[in-house]
Ligand binder design. Structure first.
Ligand code: SF4
Length: 462
């Protein structure tokens, strides 16, 4: 029984997190099998839109073939006295939440990457038109965000139109992101947090700073600020920066406290600018993954749209499964594309100097933000296919990560040498107070050494 009498399926928070597997799916809208998809919210003047209007460009749900995937766009226009352009990103992110309230309708990801599925069961119950989905969205938007006075929604399934509108939407996303780039983390006294993804990743808490965009790539610090203002009880909230505990790794007492509270004690610390130690938690809708490649002591990046295996032999989906869920996984880190454009990008790990592999497509998207002396030293799927190839490539390009190999080799050599000497010397006589040992005619002075001995014999010299 639906809370809305004219809607044939139930609607409510309990359906958030509902997954629709392939065998149960009636149709798929957007997703990895389609080239074009988007969702966009635009703020309009009061007289520019018609409240309650729902349009469909292309075939409606009932005219789509069962089991198939289709290009898809959701275009929402809103108006109200307090509605301004700054709020577009925040309202847009709510499409994800409200779509997931609908029984048998699943919405994943954001912006140019949406992935929706309608279940066979809900289709059979009568959810067979976008008009019904539009009605639910309009009611939820207006009741949850009362500043929306008028709302008009257009669903697009015509492939050419989706493509055309996606292009425009991407330009708008870029404009929003560029605005947020002007601010630095050091210039603000508060960050923003988001728990919208907890329906899928219960311990996930995004900490959004000016220079660390949300994992989904859809919420900037400005969006966080706007959302906390218009909906103080909503999923976005203010975080006081507090004490700076580690400027380089990005550890702040306020962020630690907020994450601990919102993850119900599961996560206690977060380092914002690294993929190691206590990295930012990863939900499930991150745009890309930064993953450690131990064989070269470097970091690879793969974005969601990359098809096929990455340099470590695993596709995005496999790595996403072991990264997601709101966990902190050492060396596997869900990130947004925009974060790659930040000067704080994995700063504690070496930033771009540590990146050794990434797909051409994502490299192209962020190329203006990769230091000029590094860009050609980062391999792509077109340069190398195996880890051995990658090693050769990095050597041939004199990638900065090679300096780390040299240091590691030196450290290893020292370790072997010390071990060998220790094994050669069954008895070491320590001459106090000079802390030196006599070994077969040589005098070895140990500095800053940790000595583990089964037995120490201190003998008085005659
Ligand atoms: S990724 Fe983060 S900011 Fe984006 S919706 Fe999820 S919790 Fe919110």
């Amino acid at each position: 029984m639906s809370i809305f009498k004219d809607i044939p399926v139930d609607v409510g928070v309990i359906y958030e997190g509902e997954r629709i597997r392939k065998p149960d799916m009636y149709v798929e809208l957007g997703g990895p099998k389609t080239d074009s998809k988007f969702e966009l919210v635009k703020a309009r003047k009061m007289d520019e839109i018609e409240d309650g209007k729902i349009q469909i460009i292309g075939p409606d749900l009932k005219d789509l073939e069962e089991g198939k995937s289709y290009p898809f766009g959701i275009f929402v226009e809103v108006a109200g006295k307090e509605i301004e352009e700054d709020l577009e990103g925040v309202i847009e992110r709510r499409i994800h939440e409200y779509c997931n309230y609908i029984e048998g309708f699943m919405h994943l990801n954001q912006r140019y990457d949406i992935w929706c599925r309608l279940s066979k069961k809900s289709f059979q119950k009568g959810l067979n038109s976008f008009i019904l989905i539009g009605k639910v969205l309009q009611r939820l938007f207006k009741s949850e965000l009362p500043i929306i006075e008028k709302i008009q929604i257009t669903f697009i399934t015509n492939p050419d139109k989706v493509k055309e509108m996606e292009k425009k939407a991407r330009e708008i996303y870029e404009k929003r992101d560029a605005r947020a780039r002007k601010l630095k983390d050091e210039e603000v006294d508060c960050f923003y947090g988001c728990t919208l993804c907890q329906s899928f990743a219960p311990t996930h808490v995004c900490v959004i700073t000016p220079q660390r965009y949300a994992n989904c790539g859809a919420i900037s610090w400005f969006d966080g600020r706007a959302a906390a203002r218009i909906d103080p009880k909503g999923p976005l909230f203010k975080i006081e920066v507090g004490e700076i505990l580690d400027e380089f790794r990005g550890e702040f007492s306020g962020a630690n406290e907020a994450v601990k509270k919102k993850s119900l004690g599961e996560i206690e610390r977060v380092w914002l600018y690294t993929a190691f130690g206590y990295p930012h938690t990863s939900c499930g809708c991150f745009e890309a993954i930064a993953f450690y490649i131990p064989e070269v002591d470097g970091i690879g990046i793969v974005h969601r749209d990359f098809k096929g295996a990455t340099i470590n032999g695993l596709p995005f989906s496999t790595m996403a499964d072991s990264t997601a869920g709101g966990r902190q996984v050492d060396g596997f880190h869900g990130i947004s594309i925009e974060y790659m454009r930040s000067p704080k990008f994995l700063q504690a790990d070496g930033g771009w100097s540590r990146i050794v592999w990434m797909p051409t497509e994502v490299k192209e998207r962020v190329k203006d933000f990769i230091p000029k002396d590094i860009i050609d030293k980062i391999a792509t799927e077109n340069d190398v296919k195996t880890i051995d190839d990658l090693k050769g490539f990095l050597e041939s390009k004199n990638h900065p990560v090679i300096q780390r190999w040299k240091k590691m080799e030196e450290a290893k050599a020292e370790e072997i040498e010390v071990k060998a000497k220790t094994e050669e010397a069954p008895t070491a006589i320590i001459e106090a107070p000079s802390a030196s040992a006599a070994l077969g005619g040589f005098k070895v002075i140990l500095k800053d050494a940790t000595i583990i001995a089964k037995k120490i014999i201190i003998r008085k010299e005659k």
